[in-house]
Design a protein. Structure first.
Lengths: 361, 723
C-alpha cells in the first residue's frame, strides 16, 4: 500500500522544542568545559546533533510497519551485540560496555533500548486488549534478558532504563491492578536478594544520596557538590560561564551527568524551571502523537519513547537535586555524548514516522 | 474516523499524563527547595569551596657504606607555601606574613611580583626549615591567613665537617638557567638534584619522583574531598663500596694537611676510602648557600671544592719509577743494567742530579732492585734514555696513565702521559730527547692523579691486572640504569712472573731499613710501596725566585699495598707540600694498619664465635670523644674486650646525628592530611632537646634503632685503658 506522506505532517513544533533543548545543552557544555581538558567538545556535540537530525529525517521516511515486522531479527542482533560486548568488550572505567570496531566505539546498550521499544510495541500490538499473567511473564522475559546482560557488564544505570519500557508496555497493555500488586510484592521480597548481588560501590551509591554528609569525601561528595551548585544558583543564576562550582571544577562531570546542576547554577530557578517546562511540553507533545497514531503498535512505540525519555529526565534531574542516587544516566538531548544524542534522534525519527502516517490507513 | 477501535486505552494514556505531571511537580519542588528556600545556605557553602594543590615531595635515597651503615640520610623539616589562587589580597597580608615568618616584607613582595607570570595554582615556596614558633604562627592563623600552607619535606643530612664531602657531593635546586645545559634538560625548575659527587653521578637512582595531591578544602582548611592523588615515588638507596672504618682512618691519617688519600681493593676495583683536603661542608649547601659563602669556597687557594683524588693532576715524582721499572724489565733492559750513581749523570750536555747528592753522598753501584728501594734518580735517568719516550709512554698508557680511570664520579681528569705524538699534537713542537730524562723520574711533562697512580701500582703488584675503580656496587643498579662503563672490566697487562717478583720484593724493601721510608714499617704486616717526592717547579726557577721559591715545596707521594703480591688493598697518599715521600708513607701505613687490624678482628671474632667460656676479642677503634669544641679530634686505640654483646661498632658516619634539627612530633610526620592542623586544639609538641653526645655503653645500646633516632657518634666502646 502506498501511502502519501507529506512533510506538512512532520511535527515541526516538536522539532523546534527539541532543538531548543539541544541548543541550551551545547551552551551549557561549552560553559562547563571552559578551561578544562575537555574544552571544545561542545563543537563535537553540535556535530552529533546535526548527524542526529539527519538520521531523524532519514528514519522518518521508512515505513515503521516494515521495521516492526523485522523486530524478531533485530532483537536477535541486539542480543548478539550484547554477547559480543561480553566477550570482546574493552574494560573502561571498570565496566565492559564498548566494543571497538576499527576506531569506533560501539555501545550496544543504547541501540538495544530502541529495539526493545519496538519489540515491546510489537508484542502488545499483536495481543488482545487484556493482559494475562502469561503476557506479563513473556513481556518480562523479553525485556529481562537483555537487562540482565547489561547488568552483568556491569552497568546498573543503563540496565534500569529498560525497566520503564516494560512497565509502560504492561500498563498500556491492560495489566490488571491485582497483577501489579503481585509484582510489587514479589519485588519487595526479592529486594534483599538483589541487595546482595549488588557490588559494594553500587550499594554505597544507592544509600549515600540519602545522607551525603556521612561520606563527604567519596560517594557523598558528588551529591553534596551538586546540591551546592544548584542551590547557590539562587533564583536568577550566576550567569553563563560564571558558575563558581562548575568553573571551579567542584562539580563533577558537569558536561555529562551533572549538566542539569551546572545549568541550574548558571541560570537559576527561573532557567531550571524553564528547562523542565520544555521537557514537559515535549513529553506531552509525544503523548499527543501517541493518541493520534494510526495503529496500536504505533501508539505503543511512541509511548515507549515517552517512558524512556521521562525516566531519564526523572533520574538525572532527581540526582541533581538530591532525590535520586548517582547513577550515571545522562540527560537526554543535553548531556554530552554521541550515543545518547543519536538514540534520541533515532527515536524521534520513528515518532515522526508514525505521526506522518496518522491519516493513512 | 470510523471503524477504529480504541488502539490504546485513553484512560490509561491520561493516567500517564498525570503521572508525568506529578513527577515534574516533585522535581520542581526539589528545585524550589534548593534554589529559593535554601539558596543562602548553599551560596555560603559554595564560597567556601577551595581547591588546594599540594606537592608530595619524594624523599631522596639514603647513601650507605659497604656494610650498610648510613652515610647520608634525610631529616624531615617543614616548608611554608604561599597559595596564590585563594582569592586573598596578598599585598594586604604580606606584612603580617613577613613578620610572622621573619622574612623582610620587601623581599616577600618582590618574590610575589616575580611569580606573576607563573600559573596561579603553583604555590610559592616561602621558607624552608621553619622553626617551631614559625610553625605555631601559621597554625594559629589558619583562619585569617588561609593562603599559607605547610608541607613536610625531607632535607639532606650529611656528615659533619666535610667527612666524605667530595665523594658524596651535595644537592641543590635546579635553576632556570641550568635547564639550558644538556645534562639538566629533563628536570624541572625547583627539583632537588645532585650537583657533585655520587649525588650527581647517581642522581637518577637517588632521586625519587614527586607526587601531588589536589584536595577540596573548605574555608577552614578542612579537607572535604580529594580530586586527585598521585603518590610520590621515593628514591632508592645507594650502597657505596666505601668502608666507613677505613674512611675514618684515612681522614685521620691526613691529619688536616692538604692532599688526598684513596684506597682500593685491586682485586675488584672497589674503592674503600677517598679523602681530599681541604674540604667543604655539604650541609651548608643543603640549605641555601649564600653568594658570599660560595665565592669564598671558589677562591680559596686550597681549592676545597676540588676532589684532589681524581681532579688534581700533578707530577708523580719517584712513584713513576715503578712504571719505569716495569717497562725496563719487560723490555729486557733493566735486568742486567747496573749504573754507577755518582750523585747524578750528564745527558745531552746537562747534569741531572740524583736526590742523594743533597746528602753529600752517592748510591754507588745500583741495580734495578736497589734503584727501586733507594729511589736512585741516576739509574732511572739512564733507563729512560735507553727506553725512549715511545716505550715509556706505551707501558704507562697500558697501566692507565694519561687517561681517566672511569671512576663513577663526575669530572675526573685524565692527567698527561707525554709522547712524541702528544707533543706535536698539543704544542706543534718536536719532542726533545732531553725531556725523556725528566720523565724517567716522574717529572717533566708527565702528570697523574692519585687514583691513576694507585690503580697503576695496584695493577703491577697484582701481576698486571688493571681494574676499573668504582665507588658504588654495580649489582644494585636497576635494569634500565644506563651504565657508562662496565664496572667489572679487567684488563691483563703483560707482566712476566720474574719481573713481578722482583718489583714487588723491591717495593717491600722500601719500608725496610735499607729503603726510603723505613719509619713507615709495620710490624707483622707485609707492607710494600713506593715513595715519591715531586717538585712543583723546576730547580732553576726555584733559584731564580730565591726566597719566594721556598714557598713552592715539593709534594710528597706514597702508594702502598699489602700484601706485596696480589694485594688486598692499595692506598695512595698525596701530601701537598709534604716535601718528602716518607711522610706520605707514614700516612699510608696508618690506613694499611687500620685495614689489617679490622681484617684480623673479624677473623678473631669468627674464630671465637665457636662458643668459648670467656669471649675475648681484640678490638681496634677510631672514635671521637664527643667534644663538640674539637670536632676534628679523633682518637684511636686497641683494646681487649669481653664480647658480651654490648660492644657496638660504628653504625653511621661521624656527625650524622639529628640533634641539631627540631624533630616534629611523630604523628605529624606520618600523616599527609591536614585534619589535625585544622584544629587549633592540637598542640605542636616542643622539639626534643639535642641528645648529649657522651653516652655510656648501655645508653648507646638503646640508641641503636634503625635509621630514625639520633645514632651514637663513631664509638666502639668506652676505653678501658688509654693507648
Amino acid at each position: 500500500m502506498s501511502r502519501y506522506i507529506s512533510y506538512r505532517d512532520f511535527d515541526w513544533v516538536l522539532l523546534v522544542l527539541v532543538l531548543t533543548i539541544c541548543a541550551l545543552g551545547v551552551v551549557e557544555i561549552y560553559s562547563a568545559t571552559l578551561s578544562t581538558k575537555f574544552m571544545g567538545v561542545h563543537i563535537k556535540q553540535v556535530y552529533w546533533i546535526l548527524a542526529g537530525v539527519g538520521l531523524m529525517f532519514i528514519v522518518s521516511l521508512l515505513n515503521y510497519s516494515a521495521l516492526l515486522e523485522r523486530v524478531p531479527l533485530l532483537y536477535l542482533v541486539s542480543i548478539a551485540s550484547l554477547v559480543a560486548v561480553e566477550v570482546f568488550g574493552k574494560k573502561y572505567l571498570g565496566a565492559r560496555r564498548w566494543v571497538q570496531i576499527g576506531s569506533f566505539h560501539f555501545q550496544p546498550s543504547e541501540w538495544v533500548k530502541l529495539v526493545l521499544i519496538l519489540a515491546m510495541a510489537k508484542y502488545f500490538a499483536d495481543s488482545k486488549p487484556e493482559c494475562t499473567a502469561q503476557d506479563i511473564v513473556k513481556a518480562g522475559a523479553l525485556v529481562g534478558v537483555p537487562m540482565f546482560m547489561v547488568l552483568a557488564q556491569p552497568d546498573l544505570g543503563t540496565a534500569l532504563t529498560y525497566l520503564p519500557i516494560a512497565i509502560m508496555g504492561l500498563f498500556l497493555g491492560g495489566m490488571k491492578a491485582k497483577h501489579a500488586l503481585v509484582i510489587v510484592l514479589l519485588a519487595a521480597l526479592l529486594a534483599p536478594v538483589g541487595w546482595h548481588v549488588l557490588k559494594p560501590y553500587q550499594r554505597d551509591r544507592l544509600t549515600s544520596f540519602m545522607e551525603p554528609e556521612a561520606d563527604p569525601q567519596r560517594h557523598g561528595y558528588q551529591v553534596i557538590q551538586s546540591l551546592v551548585a544548584v542551590g547557590s544558583g539562587g533564583i536568577f543564576g550566576k550567569g553563563t560561564a560564571h558558575g563558581s562550582q562548575t568553573q571551579g571544577q567542584f562539580l563533577p562531570v558537569p558536561h555529562t551527568d551533572f549538566i542539569f546542576a551546572a545549568f541550574a547554577e548558571e541560570h537559576g530557578f527561573l532557567g531550571a524551571m524553564g528547562l523542565l517546562l520544555l521537557y514537559f511540553i515535549v513529553l506531552m507533545r509525544l503523548i499527543q502523537n501517541a493518541q493520534t497514531a494510526p495503529d496500536r503498535a504505533g501508539a505503543f512505540v511512541v509511548m515507549g519513547v515517552v517512558a524512556v525519555l521521562a525516566f531519564h529526565v526523572l533520574i538525572n534531574v532527581g540526582m541533581a537535586v538530591g532525590f535520586m542516587p548517582v547513577t550515571g544516566i545522562p540527560l537526554p538531548l543535553m548531556s554530552y555524548g554521541g550515543s545518547s544524542v543519536l538514540f534520541m534522534f533515532l527515536a524521534l525519527g520513528i515518532v515522526m514516522n508514525i505521526r506522518m502516517r496518522r491519516f493513512v490507513n | 474516523m470510523f471503524g477504529r477501535e480504541e488502539k490504546v486505552s485513553q484512560l490509561r494514556l491520561t493516567a500517564v499524563q498525570y503521572v508525568l505531571l506529578g513527577i515534574f511537580l516533585v522535581l520542581a519542588f526539589g528545585l524550589w527547595r534548593l534554589q529559593v528556600a535554601r539558596s543562602d545556605y548553599y551560596t555560603t557553602l559554595a564560597e567556601q569551596n577551595r581547591i588546594k594543590q599540594v606537592p608530595m615531595l619524594a624523599p631522596r635515597g639514603k647513601i650507605l657504606d659497604r656494610e650498610g651503615r648510613i652515610i647520608v640520610d634525610n631529616y624531615p623539616s617543614f616548608s611554608v607555601l604561599l597559595l596564590r589562587d585563594q582569592n586573598r589580597n596578598l599585598d594586604v597580608d604580606a606584612d603580617k606574613i613577613a613578620s610572622g615568618l621573619h622574612i623582610p616584607p620587601d623581599e616577600l613582595r618582590a618574590r610575589l611580583k616575580r611569580m606573576a607570570a607563573v600559573p596561579g595554582y603553583q604555590p610559592l615556596f616561602l621558607k624552608d626549615d621553619i622553626t617551631p614558633d614559625e610553625l605555631a604562627f601559621i597554625e594559629s592563623h589558619r583562619a585569617d591567613l588561609p593562603e599559607l600552607d605547610i608541607i613536610t619535606v625531607h632535607r639532606r643530612l650529611y656528615p659533619k665537617n666535610g667527612f666524605m664531602a667530595h665523594i658524596i657531593g651535595y644537592v641543590g635546586q635546579v635553576s632556570e638557567d641550568m635547564l639550558t645545559q644538556p645534562q639538566w634538560e629533563l628536570y624541572n625548575p625547583g627539583d632537588i638534584v645532585g650537583m657533585s659527587g655520587v649525588e650527581q653521578y647517581y642522581n637518577d637512582i637517588l632521586m625519587g619522583k614527586n607526587g601531588s595531591r589536589q584536595v577540596l578544602v573548605n574555608s577552614r582548611g578542612k579537607e572535604v574531598g580529594t580530586l586527585s592523588d598521585v603518590q610520590a615515588i621515593p628514591g632508592k638507596q645507594l650502597k657505596l663500596t666505601i668502608d666507613l672504618d677505613l674512611q675514618i682512618a684515612a681522614e685521620e691519617a691526613l691529619e688536616g694537611r692538604p692532599g688526598a688519600v684513596v684506597a682500593m681493593d685491586p682485586r675488584n676495583g672497589e674503592i674503600l676510602a677517598m679523602v681530599s683536603r681541604p674540604a667543604f661542608d655539604p650541609n651548608e649547601f643543603a640549605v641555601r648557600i649564600t653568594r658570599d659563602e660560595w665565592n669564598q669556597l671558589m677562591t680559596d687557594p686550597g681549592k676545597p671544592l676540588l676532589n684532589k683524588a681524581i681532579q688534581a693532576q700533578l707530577a708523580p715524582g719517584s712513584v713513576f719509577k715503578v712504571i719505569m721499572a716495569t717497562a725496563g724489565l719487560q723490555e729486557g733492559i733493566a735486568q742486567d743494567l747496573v749504573v754507577n750513581c755518582g750523585g747524578g749523570k750528564t745527558f745531552y750536555g746537562r747534569f741531572f742530579k740524583c736526590w742523594i747528592a743533597s746528602n753529600h753522598t752517592t748510591h754507588g753501584s745500583v741495580n734495578i732492585s736497589k734503584a727501586i728501594y733507594q729511589s736512585c734518580d741516576s739509574y732511572f735517568y739512564t733507563l729512560a734514555e735507553k727506553l725512549g719516550i715511545g716505550r715509556i709512554a706505551k707501558y704507562a698508557t697500558m697501566l692507565g696513565l694519561g687517561q681517566k680511570t672511569g671512576v663513577d664520579l663526575p669530572q675526573e681528569v685524565s692527567g698527561v702521559m707525554p709522547s712524541e705524538e702528544w707533543k706535536i699534537k698539543n704544542f706543534k713542537q718536536k719532542w726533545y730527547a732531553g725531556e725523556t730524562i725528566s720523565v724517567g723520574i716522574g717529572q717533566g711533562a708527565v702528570t697523574t692523579t692519585p687514583i691513576q697512580l694507585m690503580r697503576a701500582v695496584g695493577a703491577i703488584t697484582s701481576g698486571g691486572v688493571l681494574v676499573r675503580p668504582h665507588v658504588a656496587f654495580p649489582d644494585q643498579f636497576p635494569p634500565g640504569f644506563k651504565q657508562v662503563a662496565n664496572y667489572t672490566d679487567r684488563v691483563q697487562i703483560p707482566l712476566d712472573e720474574d719481573n713481578w717478583m722482583l718489583i714487588t720484593d723491591a717495593l717491600a724493601q722500601v719500608v725496610s731499613p735499607v729503603g726510603t721510608a723505613p719509619s713507615a714499617a709495620l710490624k707483622g704486616i707485609d707492607f710494600a710501596g713506593k715513595t715519591g717526592s715531586a717538585q712543583t717547579i723546576s730547580n732553576d726557577l726555584k733559584k731564580r725566585l730565591g726566597a719566594e721559591g721556598k714557598h713552592f715545596k715539593d709534594n710528597g707521594w706514597f702508594v702502598g699495598v699489602t700484601p706485596r703480591r696480589n694485594p688486598e688493598i692499595v692506598v695512595a697518599v698525596l701530601l701537598e707540600e709534604g716535601e718528602h715521600g716518607y711522610y706520605a708513607a707514614r700516612a699510608t701505613a696508618q690506613v694499611i694498619k687500620a685495614y689489617v687490624e679490622k681484617q684480623r678482628n673479624l677473623q678473631t671474632q669468627v674464630a671465637k664465635a665457636s662458643g668459648q667460656a670467656s669471649k675475648q676479642a681484640e678490638v681496634a677503634a677510631v672514635w671521637h670523644d664527643g667534644d663538640t669544641k674539637q670536632p676534628d679530634k679523633m682518637q684511636a686505640g686497641r683494646f681487649t674486650v669481653t664480647a658480651d654483646g654490648k660492644t657496638k661498632p660504628v653504625t653511621t658516619a661521624p656527625g650524622l646525628d639529628q640533634s641539631d634539627h627540631p624533630k616534629p612530633a611523630a604523628d605529624l610526620e606520618a600523616t599527609e592530611s591536614h585534619d589535625e592542623m585544622a584544629h587549633p586544639e592540637n598542640q605542636i609538641p616542643a622539639p626534643e632537646p639535642p641528645k648529649p653526645p657522651n653516652l655510656k655503653p648501655e645508653e648507646q645500646q638503646n640508641q641503636e634503632k634503625p635509621d630514625v633516632k639520633p645514632p651514637a657518634p663513631a664509638a666502639a666502646v668506652a676505653p678501658t685503658r688509654q693507648p
